[in-house]
Design a binder for this molecule. Structure first.
Ligand code: PLP
Length: 434
């Protein structure tokens, strides 16, 4: 099996270098992965920000197995199945009260593209056909669909793929290089939200359908929102008839110590995307929570029959719904969101101990997320962090790197000792790194 790796085209991976130096994870349990030789790898990054309750949790595995034996698949086009309805209803119980309509997808990327399409359909439904522009933010990551990369703010993810969606534009990002080692939200920078006024003046408010932001930018290096920034963005969007979409693919399901970033910051968007922790990553699934009044407007304007010409074969897949319900039960029965909240302070203290360590130029954090920014090697951007990734894996720790930034986002079941282990392993790796 291992001799020829070439059939599997790996996503977001240097395939050629992987082939030269393959690395596999073969089993997982709780806070750990296990490699072929039996050695354990502490999961400092919840797989890919997604295994919030830890790996191979029995109640989730059992729920999936039971569902697979009872109803493996049924369409949700023109017929329904009870578990999709049950999961949608249960999900609304942990979301802001107005976000009580759920559209299921299979991934975060699809959730983003679905949210953008619903926003466009809504503006058209209320007679605002000219509102077709979608606004994202520099350093935003919204998956890899054409909608998501158009509003996303990562050049590498856009460069090869042509003109993308017409009319998309971007707010300034919220990173301030003059502030480092900020614990939690930056105190300055609420006024960066006023950048939306610039785009409104430039394009005209009657051309803009929606603004999408990650409440905390995750994939581009952990950027917590400045205090007051999201509140201000909410105010401006409301004033100008622009929908606000929170992309909570990373932040939902306890990552910040509560169910959603919307809850933490007390700012309610019009649409909210989820994936990852939605099913504890055991079965792929994404979702968009939509404000009831948005759905009502689309329904009202529609001809008899189908109101929204959109959906996926696997929208509300029974196995994913079963995994999602079991995940919600587990989050609740083990109080994992509150646990993450309680761990936030010790986690913050631990990661800020990396200040002064070889190559570290900044540490940022919120909830159970931290970004550790390294000084790049001259003429080799990203090389140092990638080497740290390899060295950590060899030392039995999984981290995530983007550019020269290391992101930590352990499962919410992480213990205090394991937080110390993550930080001390990372410290040792960085200390030895060229
Ligand atoms: N949106 C955000 C904020 C994400 O972090 C991600 C993935 O990391 C996505 C969307 C895309 O999700 P997926 O990889 O499931 O398509």
């Amino acid at each position: 099996m291992r001799n020829d790796l070439t059939a599997f085209w790996m996503p977001f991976t240097g395939n050629r270098s992987f082939h030269a130096r393959p690395r596999f994870l073969e089993r997982a349990e709780g806070m750990h992965y296990f490699r072929g030789d039996g050695s354990s790898v502490l999961d400092g990054t919840s797989g890919l920000w997604c295994v919030n309750a830890g790996h191979c949790r029995k109640p989730i595995a059992e729920a999936i197995a039971k569902q697979a034996a009872q109803l493996d698949f049924a369409p949700t086009f023109q017929v329904g199945h009870p578990i999709a309805v049950e999961f949608a209803t249960r999900l609304t119980e942990i979301l802001p009260a107005t976000l009580n309509r759920i559209f299921f997808t299979n991934s975060g990327s699809e959730a983003v593209d679905t949210a953008l399409k619903i926003a466009l359909a809504y503006q058209r439904a209320i007679g605002q056909e000219s509102r077709t522009r979608l606004i994202g933010r520099m350093r935003g990551y919204h998956g890899v669909g054409f909608g998501g990369i158009s509003v996303g703010g990562i050049e590498n993810n856009r460069r090869a793929f042509g003109p993308l969606l017409p009319g998309a534009d971007h707010l300034r990002h919220t990173y301030n290089p003059d502030v480092s080692y900020q614990r939690g939200q930056p105190h300055e920078g609420a006024d960066l939200a006023d950048d939306l006024e610039r785009l409104i003046a430039l394009h005209g408010e009657d051309t803009i359908a929606a603004v999408i932001v990650e409440p905390l930018a995750g994939s581009t290096g952990v950027l917590p929102p400045p205090k007051g920034y999201l509140e201000r963005l909410r105010e401006i969007t409301r004033q100008h008839g622009i929908l606000l979409i929170f992309d909570e693919v990373i932040t939902a399901f306890g990552r910040l110590g509560v169910a959603t970033a919307a809850e933490l910051f007390n700012v309610t968007p019009d649409l909210l995307t989820m994936a990852k922790g939605l099913t504890n990553a055991a079965v792929p699934m994404g979702a968009v929570a939509v404000c009831e009044s948005i759905q009502a407007a689309i329904f009202k304007a529609a001809d008899p029959g189908i109101e929204l010409f959109h959906g996926y074969t696997y929208s509300g897949h029974p196995l994913a719904a079963a995994a999602g319900l079991a995940s919600l039960d587990l989050f609740a029965s083990e109080g994992l969101f509150a646990r993450a909240a309680a761990l936030s302070q010790p986690f913050e203290d631990a990661v800020h101990n990396l200040r002064g360590v070889n190559h570290v130029r900044d540490v940022r954090n919120l909830g159970l997320v931290a970004g550790i920014e390294l000084d790049p090697r001259q003429d080799e951007p990203g090389a140092r962090a990638l080497e740290a990734f390899h060295a950590c894996l060899d030392a039995g720790l999984l981290i995530r790197v983007t550019g020269d930034i290391i992101a930590l986002s352990p499962p919410l079941i992480v213990s205090l000792d394991q937080i110390d282990e993550i930080v001390s392993k990372l410290k040792a790796v960085l200390t030895a790194l060229r």
